[in-house]
Design a protein around this ligand. Structure first.
Ligand code: TXA
Ligand code: MG
Length: 314
């Protein structure tokens, strides 16, 4: 029922046609695959929540082709502008004040007066945005609470029959979701991700506070068992205990590894693939242990996802 579209002119034209009639099309970004729908269409956005089984208080990121398009729906303050110039297109999402009359469905912002926006760097995402010619609301293309997809096959595993199509652009380069920031007046990190917070601090010349008030819908991905595999997960493991599958990093060798060389970029790109593979190998009542990953650069985002994978299940 869900079609796989090739990454060529015909595939892009068909994806744009489906989006224009409020159908859902999953597409690759440099971070993870997004589940795209017309951000101006209540029907399309409602379908996104339905397809993901997502709690409706969790707002969505709007994907746009360039800064001019961002400025049509949001107010860009001075720090946001500096960050946009440095990191867009790329794995950064800015939470900005929504412009009056922006025409974005209130379902996208879940009634907030802010909107999360991002200009993706993936060439296919860019071409799709141009072909469609409008803002695309796109959460990660996985059922709510499950591991984010970094390949078209992952999207189909979770959502086949629930969406019209997936545009197949191969594996995602970054492999982790975007960094989410409030920029003005004071920068606040809402989710660590593909742009290391150190790079943001270096650019702005100030420290970035960490948000993430677990009770508030403004803090992304705070649901207890977000990114959960089927297996139980233990962190900071230096060896496998009885019955555990160890995922190594650097000097800690496991049956699988995030990066044998201790390379954080490689570990980020492989994270969700490795979670899926470990889950498959560990089996239904399996247990997975992860080697420690340093809490610097992309390591912060990797550890954030691993802690959620290990969190008690609701
Ligand atoms: O890399 C990514 O960001 C991917 C790709 C597809 O772009 N998208 C993604 O979307 O990770 P999603 O929906 O899985 O995560 C978006 C997060 C949500 O957890 C939500 O809480 C937060 O963004 N968010 C959206 N709008 C917000 C707002 N107005 N204020 C605060 N947080 C917001
Ligand atoms: Mg997600």
């Amino acid at each position: 029922m869900t079609r796989t579209l090739a990454p060529d002119e015909a595939g892009l034209a068909e994806a744009a046609r489906l989006l224009a009639v409020s159908e859902l099309v999953a597409f690759p970004t440099e971070t993870v695959y997004g589940l795209g729908g017309d951000a101006r269409s209540d029907r399309a956005v409602a379908r996104i929540y339905e397809a993901k089984g997502r709690p409706s208080f969790n707002p969505l990121i709007v994907h746009l082709p360039d800064l001019a398009a961002v400025e049509r729906i949001a107010l860009v303050g001075p720090k946001a502008r500096a960050l946009a110039a440095a990191f867009w297109p790329g794995p950064l999402t800015l939470v900005l004040p929504l412009r009056a009359g922006a025409g974005v469905s209130p379902l996208v912002t879940a009634g907030l007066e802010t909107v999360a926006v991002r200009i993706p760097a993936h060439p296919l995402a860019q071409r799709l945005l141009m072909a469609f010619g409008g803002p695309l609301a796109a959460p990660s293309a996985n059922p709510s609470g499950r591991v984010s997809p970094t390949r078209a096959g992952h999207v189909l595993e979770g959502l086949t029959g629930r969406i019209a199509a997936v545009l197949d652009g191969g594996p995602c380069a970054v492999g982790l979701e975007s960094t989410i920031l409030l920029a003005d007046p004071e920068p606040v990190l809402l989710r660590p991700g593909g742009v290391p917070v150190e790079a943001v601090e270096a650019l702005l010349g100030e420290t970035v506070a960490t948000g993430g008030d677990a009770g508030k819908p403004t803090s992304p991905g705070q649901l207890a068992s977000h990114y959960a595999p089927e297996a139980a997960v233990r962190l900071e493991a230096t060896e496998a205990r009885e019955g555990e599958l160890l995922v190594g990093f650097g000097a800690v060798k496991g049956r699988l590894t995030l990066s044998a060389n201790g390379d954080l970029v490689e570990a980020a790109a492989r994270l969700f693939d490795t979670l899926r593979e470990a889950d498959r190998l560990a089996g239904p009542d399996g247990r997975i242990a992860f080697a420690p990953v340093p809490e610097t650069g992309l390591g912060r985002a990797i550890n954030d996802r691993l802690r959620r994978a290990a969190a008690p299940r609701g």
